[in-house]
Design a protein around this ligand. Structure first.
Ligand code: ZN
Length: 355
């Protein structure tokens, strides 16, 4: 029996809850996970190929493909880029949202709401359209126009909110409380994390059933980072890989609450950065991100926008057009002293937010 529960209170929650009804903390999902037996044939590619390892839901899908890998020498390092822009709405968010919307629809949700700088909102709008759910997206007034157009094109109602990113979150939560719409935040949902695990599952198969030595990726709310760590940990637990890769999270110096010597995030006031996808001052799962990265032997660092743009140019001149946020990950390579194979997600296509 699938359920969601609070690990702090050991309390099972309503399936449509987004935080613990007692302590307000983040929730986890129980249910199927990786097994050492061969994958049950699902007849699908991409996310739902791993259906037997995911929460038990009837998939609401837009035909997510297995995203391509591109191997490239990067200043002498063996780098493999995984191109998440190939997903249906153009970002990795589709991995989590296809699982989240499938779950919410199956449990009777009729209307959903989210706060997003763009990519998560676009993904929720698209899968809601597919599921027949009403969707309200609260976005910063400063979000990329291309992303906002994409959200409204899917038929979602867009609420453009001036002020800080926290103001946007507050507006979405108030809307959910007053209307009864389900708050479907990727930063909170454990179903979303279940879906982002498939990044690791796919890469494991594509790299010949091996794990890379390291994964380097942008980190804001940490929903891809935690999904990747959960995915590789699950593969390791049943003996399908001999080690868990070191995970390196890259933040912008304009907003780096996770670059901290201790277990808690730092208080920050976000500045300007082109890395809008990771401009998250108070990630709900901050403590989990910090401890999970440490446990892999990796770390979290921050870089300024000039490093991001330098690496953005290198990517585009090699035929890869990422959204600016994605370019901050390869920009970190000279600072990390890595060896072996390094896997880097290109988290979204540049077509959403032309530089
Ligand atoms: Zn609790």
């Amino acid at each position: 029996m699938m359920s969601i529960w609070c690990p702090t209170c050991a309390l099972t929650q309503d399936p449509l809850a987004w935080c613990c009804e007692r302590c307000g903390g983040t929730l986890e999902v129980t249910g199927p996970t990786v097994t050492a037996e061969p994958l049950a044939a699902s007849g699908r590619d991409g996310v739902w190929k791993y259906r037997s390892w995911l929460p038990d839901v009837e998939p609401i899908t837009l035909g997510e493909p297995t995203t391509p890998l591109l191997r490239q020498d990067w200043h002498g390092l063996d780098v493999v880029f995984k191109l998440e822009g190939a997903l249906p709405t153009g970002s990795f968010k589709d991995r989590g949202v296809t699982v989240l919307v499938s779950w919410l629809a199956q449990h009777g949700a009729k209307a959903v709401t989210i706060d997003s700088s763009g990519n998560a909102g676009a993904a929720l709008a698209a899968y809601s359209a597919r599921a027949g759910l009403t969707c309200h997206v609260f976005a910063p007034a400063t979000a990329s126009p291309g992303k906002l157009r994409q959200i409204t094109a899917y038929g979602a109602e867009l609420h453009s909110i001036p002020g800080t990113r926290q103001d946007v979150t507050d507006a979405a939560m108030t809307h959910a409380e007053t209307t009864g719409d389900i708050y479907a935040s990727h930063a909170w949902s454990p179903l979303f994390l279940a879906g982002t695990q498939t990044f690791a599952f796919e890469a494991w198969e594509q790299l010949g059933h091996t794990a890379p030595d390291a994964v380097v990726l942008p980190v804001g709310a940490g929903t891809l980072l935690l999904g990747i760590i959960h995915g590789y940990t699950a593969l390791h637990t049943v003996g399908l890989i001999p080690h868990i890769p070191r995970i390196y999270g890259i933040q912008s110096t304009a907003c780096a609450p996770l670059v901290t010597p201790g277990p808690d995030p730092l208080p920050v006031t976000p500045g300007q950065t082109a890395a809008e996808g990771i401009k998250i001052a108070t990630p709900p799962r901050a403590r989990a991100i910090i401890s999970a990265v440490q446990a892999t032997g990796g770390r979290i660092i921050a870089l300024p926008d000039d490093a991001l743009w330098h690496s953005h140019t290198t990517l585009t001149k090699s035929g890869i057009y990422p959204e600016p946020t994605s370019a901050i990950a390869p920009a970190a390579l000279p600072h990390l002293n890595l060896t072996g194979t390094v896997l880097i997600p290109i988290t979204a296509t540049g077509l959403k937010s032309p530089a």
